[in-house]
Design a protein. Structure first.
Length: 279
């Protein structure tokens, strides 16, 4: 049995102000017996202001949020899935940032990294959103060797089932989907997409989420960002094991590894890939 904790956050446009609350929730989860703690996408910063991002974001080696979370994982001897951090890209010639997920081991070491592949380039509520204008997409799927074999994904990735099938076929038993999901698409699609990805792969899905209106006191004159919340844990058969609602906090859930084999034995579609000709 694996006890996991979904940390639901409402971060703002100041990484230093966001960090104490995140660390407090991680400690609460660890005290609750969690062996795996998961934070959402954009754990360090959410701002509507690209200039503020350019001022505040750091390279991975210099990021204070990552350093603090690595220390927390070591202190509490837990696996810590840092849903994602917004960081400067490693390529000095790349002006865009990177949206990077980390799996931190109980000794504080970085066990795996994943750069978000699918960029949130959409038109919602009369507004064009172009994540790719500010963030460079990744190009490689990542299966991490954590407490269980874990496939790492981020938010908008969930709309692309081929990625999840690939992770399951590579050995994944648990798939992470940290998110800062848009409220409009969240109300329509969040639950159904996560349940579908769990059913298709026969995996547990853990989706830690941002929630609410994100404070932006340093971004005057710009409309604050909003997120849907509802961090979810979904079983391999598709039922929702936990839904965190809309308040920030910690949600604990116990995962039985036998559920993966049971679901896959009942409907083994996850490994059936016949050659299809046409149209």
């Amino acid at each position: 049995m694996l006890r996991a904790a979904l940390v639901q956050l409402n971060v703002g446009d100041d990484p230093a102000a966001n960090l104490p609350g995140t660390l407090a929730f991680v400690a609460e989860a660890a005290r609750g017996g969690a062996q795996l703690v998961l934070t959402p996408e954009a754990t360090n910063l959410l701002t509507p202001d690209r200039e503020r991002q350019r001022t505040l974001l750091r390279h991975e080696a210099d990021d204070p949020t990552l350093a603090a979370l690595r220390a927390a994982a070591a202190e509490w001897r837990i696996w810590l899935s840092v849903g994602s951090l917004s960081l400067r890209h490693d390529d000095p010639d790349e002006p865009r940032f990177v949206n990077r997920s980390f799996l931190i081991a109980p000794d504080g070491g970085i066990a795996a990294r994943y750069d978000k592949i699918h960029m949130f380039d959409v038109n919602i509520d009369g507004r064009a959103i172009r994540e790719s204008a500010a963030f460079r997409p990744g190009a490689r799927a990542v299966l991490a060797r954590g407490p269980w074999p874990m496939g790492l994904t981020i938010c908008y990735d969930m709309r692309f089932p081929a990625l999840y099938r690939r992770l399951a076929l590579a050995g994944g038993r648990l798939l992470t989907v940290p998110a800062a999901f848009h409220p409009t698409t969240g109300a329509a699609h969040w639950h159904v997409l996560l349940r579908a990805r769990a059913i298709e792969t026969g995996c547990f899905l853990l989706a830690a989420a941002q929630t609410g209106t994100h404070p932006a006191p340093h971004s005057e004159g710009r409309e604050p960002r909003r997120s849907y919340g509802h961090s979810l844990a979904v079983a391999p058969w598709g039922e929702v094991l936990a839904d965190a609602g809309e308040a920030p906090g910690v949600t604990l859930v116990d995962l039985d590894p036998a559920r993966v084999a049971e679901a896959r034995a009942r409907v083994p579609a996850w490994r059936h890939d016949p050659v299809i000709w046409g149209p």
